[in-house]
Design a protein around this ligand. Structure first.
Ligand code: FAD
Length: 436
């Protein structure tokens, strides 16, 4: 039987980037712009599949922020990001895209989008950045392993000295070698887009510490059927408090979407970041304040006035100016008050029940979704083993990291792509500078 040989790519590259997502494209483009001969290896037939899904196709590229010291505080391992963010800050990034024909705009809550509202424009400009700087593309090439050469054991104990270096990468069809390697294979979230987390296995074998990857920014499953029945309801600027054993554990505000399983939208996703660690410790209740800008008494007054004015109407026809029809359906369903009753026939107890539902709608968390629905992965390559100034591995001297593969993650709102751009830029630049 004929045995197929792997094609060995003879051409010598200075920098080989693995993973064609936002981090890998930025790293490849920057390394090539700095004069390195760069190859980019991607297992899909297309680049940036996940990037095209971001911001519902509009791509929330970054978050508008000025003071980087403050900005990094919202991230896990934020201090690690400071150097990179000072080199490629959100405003530098907007200049970067503007110089490549993609104007951006700032929307509510500091979210930055391309003016065209097309994530495709962001991807195209990155791809052109790489092409213009002569990056060689290998797509439909899944890297299945790396070859590693142990370093001199006598040097291993010195601080910051690596244990060895990578000599080549192996795909199903090829072996490709380079002087430097940048790993930008993402985390484990939305695995159908290509990020399956397999690189964590090779990295563990090299001796890298991998902080256990966990799904983050996931929707929340809620027990109560009435909440699920409210699917399609969106509630803006609400506040949520999570309680465990009667103690407040998290309070956050933002926009919420009700879905057939429970809650989604930025507020639910951001809550899930902190809930994951707590959920194993016992039942968690959520209290929603749907009118956080008003006190309990103010809400009561508004409702009392409305009931007085509309005394002859059914409850179902009251409060039309105060809340959306979908929100009222939910409130009335949870109140269990007969909505055919005239407002003038409602008791004070009935009214206060409705006020409480606006101010403290209680529900029970049933669970959190996993990697299939996680916008990001929390965990990954330990930041203790990466030089924050260069993104260079402290274990393999010719290896660099960029993007979600690193153990850093932020809330929704452009924070996670900002990590990809900044770490990709720094990794590309430092890998290129270190080539001989
Ligand atoms: C639905 C959704 C919406 C989002 N919206 C936003 C948003 O609006 N703003 C924001 O900031 N963040 C958003 N995010 C998060 C953001 O998309 C990710 O943080 C970002 O894509 C991570 O980029 P990355 O380059 O590190 O990894 P990825 O985008 O995951 O790219 C990794 C690439 O590596 C390739 N790869 C993996 N393994 C191999 C291998 N062995 N060989 C070759 N190639 C390999 C993959 O195929 C993939 O193309 C969203 C995420 C999702 C899922």
């Amino acid at each position: 039987m004929m045995k197929f040989m792997k094609k060995i790519i003879q051409e010598q590259f200075d920098v080989l980037v693995i993973g064609g997502g936002p981090a890998g494209l930025m790293a490849a483009g920057r390394a090539a712009q700095k004069g390195a001969r760069v190859a980019l290896v991607e297992k899909n037939d297309r680049y940036g599949i996940k990037l095209l899904m971001t911001g519902n196709g509009r791509c929330n590229v970054t978050q508008d922020a000025g003071d980087m010291l403050e900005f990094v505080k919202v991230y896990k391992n934020g201090r690690f990001l400071l150097n990179a963010f000072n080199r490629m800050s959100p405003s530098n990034l907007r200049d970067f895209f503007r110089a490549r024909g993609v104007e951006t705009k700032v929307e509510k809550n500091g979210k930055v989008y391309p003016v065209s509202d097309q994530g495709k424009d962001v991807l195209d400009s990155l791809y052109q950045y790489c092409r213009k700087n002569m990056v060689t593309f290998f797509n439909t090439e899944e890297v299945i392993g790396v070859e590693f050469e142990e370093g001199d054991p006598s040097e291993m104990f010195a601080p910051r000295i690596s244990r060895g270096k990578i000599t080549k990468i192996i795909t199903k069809k090829k072996e490709i070698s380079a002087e430097k390697y940048i790993l930008a294979t993402g985390g484990k979230s939305y695995p159908h887009t290509g990020s399956t987390g397999k690189a964590f296995d090779w990295l563990s074998k090299l001796g890298h510490k991998i902080v256990e990857p966990q799904p983050s920014l996931v929707p929340i499953m809620i027990r109560q059927q009435a909440i699920k029945d409210a699917q399609g309801l969106s509630a803006h600027n609400v506040s949520a408090t999570a309680l465990q054993a009667g103690k407040k554990i998290i309070t956050l505000s933002g926009d919420l979407m009700f879905a057939h399983y429970g809650l989604s939208g930025p507020l639910a996703l951001n809550l899930s970041r902190d809930l994951r660690k707590k959920i194993e410790k016992g039942e968690i209740k959520l209290l929603l304040d749907l009118k956080p800008e008003l006190t309990f008494e103010q809400v009561d007054e508004i409702i009392r006035n409305d009931f007085e004015k509309n005394g002859h109407k059914n409850l179902s026809n009251c409060l039309q100016d105060f809340a959306s029809p979908k929100m009222l359906d939910l409130i009335f369903a949870l109140s269990e008050i007969d909505t055919h009753k005239h407002a003038s026939n409602l008791s004070k107890q009935d009214r206060l029940k409705i006020v409480s539902l606006f101010k403290k709608m209680e529900m029970t968390i049933e669970g959190l979704f996993g990697f299939e629905k996680a916008m990001v992965t929390s965990g990954g390559v330990s930041v203790k083993e990466i030089d924050s100034k260069t993104m260079q591995s402290k274990i393999a001297e010719n290896l660099y990291f960029a993007g979600e593969i690193i153990d850093v993650d932020g809330p929704t709102g452009g924070y996670n792509l900002q990590v990809c751009w900044a770490t990709g830029y720094v990794a590309g630049e430092s890998a290129a500078a270190a080539t001989s």
